[in-house]
Write a protein that binds this ligand. Structure first.
Ligand SMILES: [Zn+2]
Length: 123
């Protein structure tokens, strides 16, 4: 793994710096929650297989919903983030997930998502 990868979520590729989800050694998970895909470092992302299945569910079922919507940057570049996932945790279908997400566009705001959308703009 290159050093940049130590800062990235294995499931969605979000840069967690200055925190390292799996520590300096890659073996000491922080048990923090990714504010993007919502995975717990060290619990759900402990194997490539798990990372792929969580990523698929997050992209296809949750439509890349942010676990912590307030942390989502304006103009979030989902494709760039997914393409930046650490190499050992990339999946063959990542590009399909990206294309499907880009073609479908943002899901309509409803329920909790609508609520946070209402809270967001005023600042
Ligand atoms: Zn993540």
């Amino acid at each position: 793994m290159n050093s940049e990868d130590k800062f990235k979520c294995r499931v969605c590729g979000l840069d967690q710096s200055p925190d390292m989800p799996w520590g300096e050694s890659g073996r000491e998970p922080s048990h923090d929650i990714c504010s993007c895909c919502g995975v717990e470092f060290g619990y759900e992302d402990d194997s490539l297989e798990n990372c792929l299945s969580i990523r698929r569910n997050w992209a296809q079922v949750e439509r890349c919903k942010w676990f912590s919507p307030k942390d989502r940057p304006l103009g979030w570049d989902m494709a760039a983030q997914i393409r930046g996932i650490p190499l050992p945790y990339k999946g063959a279908e990542d590009e399909q997930l990206i294309q499907a997400f880009l073609q479908a566009g943002e899901p309509p705001a409803q329920g909790l998502a609508a609520l946070s959308a209402v809270e967001k703009p005023s600042r």
